[in-house]
Design a protein around this ligand. Structure first.
Ligand code: TRP
Length: 368
C-alpha cells in the first residue's frame, strides 16, 4: 500500500544522492516508550531496510515526543532510547548508511517547533484524527473533556513532529529534491500537517522547505493479539521483539481471529483476520498463503492451523533477531557511537536549515 509512487529510484547509494535526481532524504521515527514489538518490525523496520539504499535516511528516537504522554515517567525513557537503538541495529539498520538521532539531543528541533507553532491554529490540532484517537485512549471520559484535559505539549506534539520532518528539508528547495516521511497510516494526518505548514511557511516567509511526501509500509499496523485496533507498546496485546516463545505462544493461541466466523464450517474472511494479516506481514510464502486463503474462505481450514503457522513464523523472525541482538549488546559502544554520529550529522543539516529559517523570519543574527 505504498501511497506515493516513487518514480526515480536512485540505485547509487547515499553518497551519490546529490547527482541529477536531486537530494533524496527520508525521515522516520519511533517513540521510545517501551520495547519495540513485531508491529514495528513488520510495519516500519522492514520498510526502513528498503529505504536505506534509496535515500539518505534520518531515523529519530522521539524521546521528547514520548514525554508528551508519559511526563510522569521519565526514567523509563532514558533506558528505552538505547534499547530502541539496539533493536534497530539487530534488525539490520546500518548506522554507517542511516543516521540514528536522539530527539532531545537535537536542540534545533525545539527551536523550529516554536517558530512553526506560530503558523498553526489550535482547532487544526484538535481536529487531527490521530490526536483524537490518542486522547481517547488516554482516558475514560468523553472526548470533549479529554481534549480540555490533555497537556499543552501533547496537543502540540504534531507540530513538533512537523519540525522533526522539515528540519531535514534541503534549503532552498529545488524541484528535484525529495523529502519523504516513512510512517504508518496513523501518522498520515501529521504528514499532511507537515505539507500544510511547509506551504504556509513558504508563502509567508519565502521558499525554505521542501513539501514532504508520505511513504507507508505494506503492513502499516498489525492488530493487537486481542483484536485491538493496533499493537501497542503500552498495551498488553503485543509480541515484543525480545519476548521468548513461552511468552508469545500462549498469546498467539488465545489470539482473536475472524470476528465473523463462529464455527469452522462458516466461510472465513482472511482479510479481516488479524492472524492471517500477521502471517502475511511476517513473510509467509505466497503459494501457502493463497492455499490457506481458499480453504479458510471455503470454511475448511481451522483457525488453529493459522495459529500454529504463526508461532512458526514468529520463531523464524525472532530467533535470528534475538541472537543478533544479544551479540550486539555485548559491545555497548556500538549503540553509543551510532547515536552520537547520527545526531552529529542531523545537527549539521539542522544548522543550515535553521540559518535559512531565521533569515526568512527576519530574526536578528548576532554579529559574528
Ligand atoms: N509519532 C511517531 C510515532 O508515534 C514518531 C515520530 C516522531 C515520527 N517524529 C517523527 C515519525 C517524524 C515520522 C517522522 O511512532
Amino acid at each position: 500500500m505504498t501511497s506515493i509512487p516513487l518514480n526515480r529510484l536512485c540505485k547509487l547509494g547515499p553518497t551519490s544522492m546529490t547527482q541529477a535526481t536531486g537530494v533524496r532524504r527520508l525521515c522516520s521515527g519511533v517513540r521510545p516508550h517501551g520495547p519495540l514489538h513485531l508491529g514495528h518490525w513488520a510495519g516500519l523496520l522492514q520498510e526502513w531496510l528498503k529505504c536505506q539504499g534509496e535515500y539518505e535516511c534520518f531515523f529519530l528516537i522521539a524521546d521528547v515526543q514520548a514525554l508528551a504522554a508519559h511526563q510522569g515517567n521519565p526514567g523509563m525513557l532514558a533506558a528505552s532510547v538505547r534499547e530502541v537503538a539496539l533493536d534497530w541495529l539487530a534488525a539490520g539498520i546500518d548506522p554507517k548508511r542511516s543516521h540514528f538521532i536522539v530527539q532531545s539531543r537535537t536542540p534545533e528541533l525545539a527551536e523550529l517547533t516554536i517558530y512553526l507553532q506560530m503558523l498553526v491554529r489550535t482547532g487544526e490540532l484538535r481536529r487531527n484524527t490521530t490526536m483524537r484517537e490518542e486522547a481517547r485512549a488516554l482516558g475514560q471520559r468523553n472526548l470533549y473533556e479529554r481534549m480540555n484535559d490533555i497537556h499543552f505539549g501533547f496537543l502540540g506534539y504534531p507540530v513538533a513532529q512537523v519540525a522533526d520532518i522539515l528540519l531535514f528539508s534541503t534549503t532552498p528547495p529545488r524541484t528535484d529534491d525529495r523529502l519523504v516521511v516513512c510512517a504508518g497510516q496513523d501518522q498520515l494526518p501529521h504528514v499532511e500537517l507537515a505539507r500544510t505548514i511547509a506551504r504556509r511557511f513558504n508563502e509567508t516567509y519565502g521558499d525554505v522547505f521542501v513539501e514532504p511526501e508520505a511513504r507507508t509500509a505494506p503492513y502499516p499496523e498489525l492488530a493487537g493479539t486481542d483484536g485491538g485496533y493496533k499493537m501497542g507498546t503500552t498495551a498488553r496485546n503485543s509480541i515484543l521483539l525480545t519476548e521468548s516463545r513461552e511468552d508469545y505462544e500462549p498469546k498467539i493461541g488465545a489470539m482473536f481471529t475472524d470476528p465473523m466466523r463462529l464455527k469452522r464450517s462458516d466461510p472465513g474472511h482472511p482479510d479481516a483476520c488479524a492472524c492471517f494479516t500477521f502471517l502475511s506481514a511476517l513473510g509467509w510464502d505466497v503459494a501457502d498463503r493463497d492455499r490457506r486463503r481458499e480453504s479458510c474462505t471455503a470454511g475448511e481450514a481451522y483457525c488453529k492451523q493459522c495459529k500454529d503457522d504463526l508461532v512458526a513464523a514468529v520463531d523464524r523472525v525472532l530467533g535470528p533477531f534475538q541472537e543478533r541482538r544479544a551479540e550486539l549488546a555485548k559491545d555497548p559502544g556500538l549503540v553509543d557511537d551510532a547515536l552520537a554520529e547520527g545526531t552529529r550529522r542531523a545537527r549539521e543539516v539542522a544548522g543550515r536549515t535553521m540559518e535559512r529559517v531565521r533569515d526568512a523570519m527576519h530574526l536578528a543574527r548576532p554579529r559574528a
